[in-house]
Design a protein around this ligand. Sequence first.
Ligand SMILES: Nc1ncnc2c1ncn2[C@@H]1O[C@H](COP(=O)(O)OP(=O)(O)OP(=O)(O)O)[C@@H](O)[C@H]1O
Length: 517
Amino acid sequence: FLPQELTEMLEKWWNALLRPANYSYFHIPDDGISGVTNDLYRVVQLYLIAANLCSAADELVLSRDENEEGITYNLAGDEIVVDTFEGVKVWWTHSTKKVGKDDEQREDNKYTLKMYRKNKDFVMNSYLPHVIANAMEHKRQVQELFLFSNRSHRWDCHTFKHPSTFDTLAMDPCVKSRVKSDLQAFMAGQTFFHKVGRAWKRGYLLYGPPGTGKSSMIAAMANYLKYNIYDLELTQVEDNSTLKDLLVNTTSKSIIVIEDIDCSLELSGQRTQQVPSPGENPKAPLESRVTLSGLLNFTDGLWSCCGDERIIIFTTNHFEKLDPALLRPGRMDMHIHMSYCCFETFKVLSANYLSVNSHPLYSSVQSLLEGGVLITPAQVTEFLFGNKDDPDVALEKLISHMKEIAQEDAKKTGKDAELKAVDVLMKENVEKDLKENREEPRKETPESVNEHVDQGKEGKMENGWDVKKENVDILKEIVDTLKENGVSLDKMVDAFAKALPESTFCKQNRLAMALQV
Ligand SMILES: Nc1ncnc2c1ncn2[C@@H]1O[C@H](COP(=O)(O)OP(=O)(O)OP(=O)(O)O)[C@@H](O)[C@H]1O
């Protein structure tokens, strides 16, 4: 047995002797200079998997990290895999050597990249950047995502496994493809953003009623981009300075979400730092002192550039309540309206939940939706999920629910039309009365109107005016019967008005009031 040093020296000479003069070699050990882990080693490992080169080898070493789900592949001792990039051929090998003695023995692993000497510069300047880019993309695709939530001044980390994707998201197909293209352009936009001097970030405002898929959209975005999510609960943030600490501690390639921005803070008008009033605990956690200007400093001020490739999303159910400062062009780059179900949306949900792309009942769903029934995707999914094994039952139940909504709406609309008709009638009557009497306008009071009303015994009206109860009851009965027979309220009002003798102000008013009841 020869001492280790001598063996190594002989090995070196032997290799040098064997090495053809026209080849160059790059060694990539797992331990970098001064004992720091060499990240390039892991990058090469990922690249060989991503480029499917490992599968070409006959012998592989498999391992699994307890924190990772997948298996890691490595080339076994004598395996050589060939890669070709832009017509240039290179060879990869992997070797493991035991070094040190007894207790201090450890394994040194390294990849060796062999190339023709004439291609050395190309490998340095083009091939290796290609290896790194591909490995990073692969890492992005397979890595776990995390959801961070803020507790006071720090982030708590949770594994994020939300199944929502752009395929499962039901929404207007045009809007969906616009969002996807925008995200793609953003991801690939590093050079562009830097060229035009803009921070590499993008803001989205998602708005719409509850249950239309705003949270699902955020999850779909995160899964699509492979970005972690920072769910920022503003009411838990003490002040602007804590907000700053939290935001500078978010990483690149992440989505920062502030949900229900209209409810998170009384943002409107608070553009200046609030000062705690005397006696108030300056650290009071419930009374957030984050201001709109503090928040805006992070969305488009200097601090927003502490980290690249970040997306900021605000959501709201009440677009109209937002401060115009938040909506200013250039602040939120894209406003995305998540709306009630349309037929296209329904078809996506139906395909996902029931695995059907067409059904004889689709036409009924379509006409109800196109007839103006407002139902959220969340409501639709309840019917589909609850009956996912029986599309007939699922669709029948959904249709009957939608009919109920339509009837409710018709009732409400009827009431609106009713009130509108009363309004018009009363206005016309006042004008007519004034014209006929050619008097100065007289301010009507309940008492003065009552003077017009017949002297019979009264029923109390909602508006405080008194009218004869039996007349109101009869009128209500007639109105109900006509309604049941599908006579519209406008027609009823017309018919009643005509049926009355060329009447006095008080009689017509009584009709109007009765209808209002
Ligand atoms: N557009 C949609 N596409 C697919 N599923 C949806 C959609 N909208 C809602 N859903 C379903 O309804 C559930 C609730 O929706 P989600 O939480 O995304 O709505 P939201 O608009 O964020 O509601 P809120 O404003 O109350 O937070 C989701 O888990 C999903 O199953």
